[in-house]
Ligand binder design. Structure first.
Ligand code: SF4
Length: 309
């Protein structure tokens, strides 16, 4: 049985975790051109600064360009406890949409804050606007990156998918759904406020049954009690392929944050071990099919046009 979130936080930062999340407001823009590691998309969208999920392995606070210092603290200790909600999200989205700035664009929503760690009214309002928009104003594709409950908008996403014809023939909506383990104790030890395994599986199943394109992302890849069982469900729900991201150290891209690496080296060294990771890769491919499991940059880039995989 893994430790509690507070114990892991204490283990990593040598401090007690803050008792609550401090919320503020931000006037920052919600849509920006996609640059750097997200450049396979045209635009990125974030409706808040900071992420209340508080995942201790999150790479965002260690990327100095990804979030302001107040959101992360000196060592990442503030991450998950400082959030600024962007003002007038729905009004600003309406303006972008009506000016034609989103037309035929591939939008990544979002990667530096979970889009579904926000109020239900906000996300449903955005989908309603999209559903009401004329075909010529619609984005080519929206890629929702989440480990929360996007299934609350499953019907709206499905309606949008059905009514939108993307120029490249691919799905208008893709949910890239993060799930790194089926062990509830590990989720609770590493992620302060996200849904547990069963809830995430319900989210994926609901989206699939509604007809939404889902790419489960086994990230960051942890220890599993029954990996085969989870993959069997994915197959049953008609999921064409999955992606996987291992914890990384001393590689040339997006390494696991240093303090979390040190914690893993002490508590779960196999998760960083290239030999163990190779064995997991073999099992994943044996179960799901060699061409249906993507890793690293190829996996991430695939989300822009997942129907070509
Ligand atoms: S939900 Fe995603 S963005 Fe938010 S803290 Fe967790 S990993 Fe980071």
């Amino acid at each position: 049985m893994a430790e509690t979130f507070n114990q892991t936080y204490q283990n990593i930062y040598g401090l007690d975790a803050p008792e609550q999340v401090r919320y503020g407001e931000s006037g920052a823009e919600i849509i920006r051109p996609a640059r750097g590691f997200v450049d396979s998309f045209d635009l990125t969208m974030q409706t808040q600064v900071g992420c209340p999920a508080g995942c201790l392995f999150c790479y965002v606070p260690s990327g100095h360009m990804l979030t302001p210092p107040a959101m992360r603290g000196e060592f990442g200790e503030n991450w998950g406890f400082e959030v600024r909600r962007k003002r007038d999200v729905v009004e600003r989205f309406t303006e972008h949409l009506e000016r034609g700035e989103l037309a035929d664009k591939v939008i990544y929503w979002s990667g530096v804050t979970d889009p579904y760690a926000t109020g239900a009214g906000e996300t449903s309002a955005l989908w309603e606007l999209l559903n009401a928009a004329s075909g010529r104003l619609r984005p080519k594709r929206l890629i929702v990156q989440t480990r929360f409950r996007p299934d609350r908008d499953a019907d709206l996403m499905a309606a949008y998918t059905r009514a939108t014809r993307s120029a490249d023939g691919g799905p208008a909506v893709v949910v890239s759904y993060s799930l790194g383990t089926d062990r509830e104790d590990l989720i609770r030890a590493w992620e302060r406020a996200t849904p547990g395994y069963r809830q995430r599986m319900t989210a994926i199943e609901t989206l699939r049954r509604a007809g939404v394109f889902v790419v489960p992302t086994l990230s960051p890849f942890g220890l599993w009690d029954d990996l085969k069982g989870t993959l069997r469900h994915f197959r049953l729900w008609g999921i064409p392929y999955i992606t996987c991201l291992f914890f990384k150290k001393e590689t040339d891209s997006a390494n696991t944050p240093r303090r979390f690496q040190t914690y893993l080296e002490r508590e779960y060294p196999m998760l960083l071990d290239p030999n163990w990771q190779r064995d997991q890769t073999r099992s994943l491919r044996a179960i799901y099919g060699a061409s249906r499991v993507l890793f690293g940059k190829q996996a991430f880039a695939s989300l822009a046009a997942p129907h070509y995989v």
